[in-house]
Design a protein around this ligand. Sequence first.
Ligand code: NCD
Length: 450
Amino acid sequence: MKPATRHLVSIDDLSLAEIRALFEHAQAFASDLRAWSHLCPGLISASLFYEASTRTRLSFESAMLRLGGGVITAAEMKSTSASKGESLADTVRVVGGAYADVLVLRHASEGAARLASRFSPIPVINAGDGAHEHPTQTLCDLYNLWLERGRIEGINVVLAGDLRYSRTIHSFVYALARFGANIVCTPQPGFELPPYVVQRLREEFGVEPVRADASRLGELAESSDAVYLTPQKPHQLSLFTEGSKGLAVERVDALYMTRPQTERFTDGDAPITKYQQLSKRQMNAESLKDAVVMHPLPRRDEIQPDMDEDPRSIYFKQAARGVPIRMAILAFLLGRIDLKVGGKEIDTRFHEMLAGDNPCAHPSCISRTETRHVRPLFRLASRFPVRAYCGYCSQELHAPVVGCSTTRHFHDRDSAAARKIRPDHLVLFHSEAQALQHGFQPAANTANSV
Ligand code: NCD
């Protein structure tokens, strides 16, 4: 039997053991980038980039060429049938049909890669979907930490800048939490981690946000409400001294800066008066003495040029390492290397809704624009009461009423009857009126009606 196609839509799609194994392969590839052209001859990678990119696209294409494969590219989407109104689902079916063996997709809508993976017969790699996730940048970032610090477990990572819209940050925090790294957020005010990300860190990774005393970070954290994301285990808390202002951040292993994602700002966003800026002066803080400075790039003014020659700055090295890690990702998904370790450890079961309307209200979710082919998709956060996240953009769904697609009855989401509905039969409604509109009936006796 042909093994199921593996996709890389979210950083959740890889187990920690697989991530470590990818690092080992990347390191071997990096030792001589020109020595691996026997791995993927005859295979083609398609770049489908609906959004601007320099590093991600070019490093993927370079990686595929170095593996001996070929590359086809649609990066100027105005020149493709997208401008004629072709859906992403159709484009993916065409490109995945005979044109290529792996598809690298970047798109402005959250959940685009998830959608593509449901239509594509070949592996889909998410090269960034809106403000949602960017798992291959995260693999590159983790690979850098592993090379620079020798481990990821227990290290202290400060995340600065726009934590709200930076997709690189979202994939990164999920992975850091799983590796058991300590995360300190010093966001630009108004650009804190989004609530759905914090909630997921809490519920699925046992990570709690607590106030951090960031005084030892000096000027960098002056205007920011620093938050420390801690795995709740007391032995890890003992790494920090607790002062009256919260858990003190003593020594930082890595400082990860991000640019303002202005292309994603909406009218409701607070205007930025002064964006955080990192210069040699800020880096004089004692706690940052040994910290490596990282940035996914492109940068604007948030890292001053006086940092470029500082030995702690690794952002250009970080970008260069994007090639060997992407060689490892491609070779793995194309079945050309065997990682020899166990797969997924996170429950990524998705359920399709067989009736009702799309319950996702998130304006930039792909499910709201690709309406022709797309069925609503959700992931259960809890069964008692029924709570769910959108399977595309991961935002929590507002569904106080739930129905069963077979009995056509509806119930309150926290009723005994609701918990008996099989996940594959769940239909999520935002009100009873909506359930009635879809022909669902209130259950006469909720306890026995499923
Ligand atoms: C990032 C992205 O596209 O999200 N860039 C990248 O892939 N290296 C970060 C950014 O654009 O700020």
